[in-house]
Design a protein around this ligand. Sequence first.
Ligand code: ADP
Ligand code: ASP
Ligand code: MG
Length: 422
Amino acid sequence: MALIVHKYGGTSMGSTERIRNVAKRVAKWARAGHQMVVVPSAMSGETNRLLALAKELAPAKATDSYSRELDMLAATGEQASSALLAIALQAEGLESVSYAGWQVPIRTNSAYTKARIESIEDTKVRADLDAGRVVIVTGFQGLDELGNITTLGRGGSDTSAVAVSAAMKADECLIYTDVDGVYTTDPRVVPDARRLKTVSFEEMLEMASMGSKVLQIRSVEFAGKYKVKLRVLSSFTPWDIDINEEAASGTLITFEEDEHMEQAIVSGIAFSRDEAKISVLGVPDKPGIAYQILGAVADANIEVDVIIQNISKDGRTDFSFTVNRGDYAKTIDLLKEEVLPKLGALEVAGDAKICKVSIVGIGMRSHVGVASKMFRVLSEEGINIQMISTSEIKTSVVIDEKYMELAVRALHKAFELEQAPA
Ligand code: ADP
Ligand code: ASP
Ligand code: MG
């Protein structure tokens, strides 16, 4: 008997018919003798629907002032889907109980709309498991120390599932989604993308942080920190397929490099439209600039990614960085109102119509010329690179958003990531 955590995404929970299928699948696992904890997302479209209602009532710029209420609102999506799943399981003849994050409780910090999990109390869940119940725990949400409901950022149910797995010391965490594993790139953009049987933890971390939304970045971080055995697989296979076949399907995230069978130089291509570029122009070139600019941005809880500082001319320099597109307006306002006057810089400029495309692979460590091949491929397509950032196992470029799909397809082909022809 093992303790298994299943996570089902929004599409997998998208209708009562699909919820019934999830219940049948979970029942199959429970009847095979496993203790089961299930973490569902809200039914597809529900989180967007709820957040759009809030937008109808308040101007977008005021988000900070009502972020507590956004979390109260958005958390209801998972509460509903969890209760529905518990009902469906009971209808299948299994004892089952659902808990909202605050009931477990899953404790988080107070960063509304992007809270981080700090700890999970497992007593209640364990008692239910020991009593033979399937336990459903809402994805995406928790409770801060003042008793407020928080949410974990879009796609956060992955993180809930992995964190619950870590806290419960589960034998395995299975992330069921609408594709049958992790691909060399998003199969919706490149139809002949190839499914990876395994992907190393480090590569998955880079792919997730560079925009592959198949797993939320924090879920991968948790898996790495607590060595959670993690697999991504399809919820659209027939629910009654052989359990061993199902358990070996999809993509396994591996922790040891020699487990990594597909030693390609580049394993995958990630991309993100969710980016914006900001430049502070004419900054006096003296010590402390980066701190003054980025310190203020960090204090506002805004994450910064690619950073570039140009060489100075006549004692002044330009300083550029990227932020999440959702933080674009807020960052520009902050810089104009608070940082520019203090810094004596000339201007703040920005571009929200950019994207980031990254090639990722642990094989890049031992191969030179991978980045230059990427630059050559983009230049052959006539795509201008605005910013570059590299790590040991990835190279990212910031380009005009309109070239994103062209860039991804060209790179996927150039690095020979396609499926072998049938
Ligand atoms: P869920 O609702 O199950 O959490 P998501 O929509 O969050 O599902 O994530 C699954 C989606 O991630 C897929 O439908 C696919 O379009 C996208 N995706 C992006 N990059 C990849 C990749 N490298 N491999 C597989 N899917 C990817
Ligand atoms: N329902 C949340 C979202 O749409 C969390 C999740 O699906 O993982 O972002
Ligand atoms: Mg998701």
